[in-house]
Unconditional design. Sequence first.
Length: 207
Amino acid sequence: MKSNTSTVDVISGMFDPSYSMVYTGEDGSYLSYSAWDAGNPDTSGLKTRVLFKKTANFSWINAEISGGPNGALCETNYGFDGCYNNPTTHVAKISHSRFMNSLQCIEYCRGQDVPMAAVSGADCYCVVSQPTGRQSPSDCHLGCPYNPVQHCGGTNKANVYYVGYYYSRAVSCRHLADQGVLLAGTYWVQEQAGRTSRKVHCNNNGN
């Protein structure tokens, strides 16, 4: 996590692509928090920040992100491996100029049983090892087509993720779609907590 320097407030950036109260971190990982205080974060706009007031027992105030930089507490999962040159080989690939996002890529590669996902702009590569040429994180700050808060690599650069570190909370194709996984494919779902996960084919308009 990155912390801001304010002695008064803590700002936590979250994004809910379909206003379904399913919040993700900057890298597409689901937040592990399930018990919110009264008054869920406001989803009146695509970009939501939650301002925790240190001087008021960390009570929160919903606020829309406005222009200009904001200090933030940005949560990323341990599975994020960094910025690399685009893969030269891959096991599977899927592309979409409107719907690609980092979570889409991670879940697609999970469904292919491939350990790593690399996303670059509209393209998602499922790979078995790190691409060559590690790059500066600043080269991979291109906003994803579907979710501009998430980063989808850069020009000929890809953000790379270890799929197994990302906890899948999907219980159905509909749940995946609500979370921003909108492309047809084979995915893993877990219909009930504690039950064995299973593979399903999603079209993915929720079926």
